[in-house]
Design a protein around this ligand. Sequence first.
Ligand code: ACM
Length: 269
Amino acid sequence: MKAAYCQFTPVFGDVAGNLRTIERLLKSVEADLIILPELCNTGYLFTSRPEAEALGEAFPRGKTTEVLCRIAGEKGSHLVAGLVEKSGDRLYNAAVLVGPAGPIAVYRKVHLFSEETLWFDPGDREPAVHDIGSCRLGIMICFDWLFPETARTLALKGAEVLAHPANLVLPYCQDAMVTRCLENRVFAVTANRTGADVRGGRELRFTGKSQITAPDGTILRRAAETAEEAGVVEIDPSLARNKAINPFNDALQSRRPEFYGELCRLKRP
Ligand code: ACM
């Protein structure tokens, strides 16, 4: 299958313009799976919850999901894209999965980063794996990378490829994804954004360098820090079904969960 990231600089609040940019960048991209950045239709740096609410959309009947479904239908691709999901009085930093036949699922970011905790409600569901035909796909969002439990949970549920929309501001994630992929023997497509949001007297600069990583930790493709760019790599998701590190060790079967009691505690004692 062909997997792709698409990185660009969203303009804060300009949903229609950002969707036009996405459509322009994807025009020449041929891929079975295309990952777009976190909050790719709105921009990132909100200054209040009401501001985030005003840009929130329902799933599956929101405008952005509608446009993504049209693109997915035209291209015969599956797309994962970050947006603000509004559900009743709840507001989530979410990523939607759509395919040629329409909307499929929404993932609500479990580990909110910094002031996101002021703007959004934390994800209220377990990360899930979806069989999209070309692969078994798990979805996580940006800062979920810091919690190895997220990628591990998805790998244990059978994910072969991790879709990872991101708006990264710290410099560590791209290198950390090498370990996330290696320890779980999965592929990951990290789609980061570029540029900066300057709002409310603050500036947040994003690190670009979107990346496709293989189950053996090889970086198959890494984008530049600032370029607007779609990167496509041919991958074989069946490689992610082989969890053997060597003839004696298996990344999942060799675990010793009977000694991992602390992992299951809800909070530190
Ligand atoms: C992040 O989770 N957007 C850093």
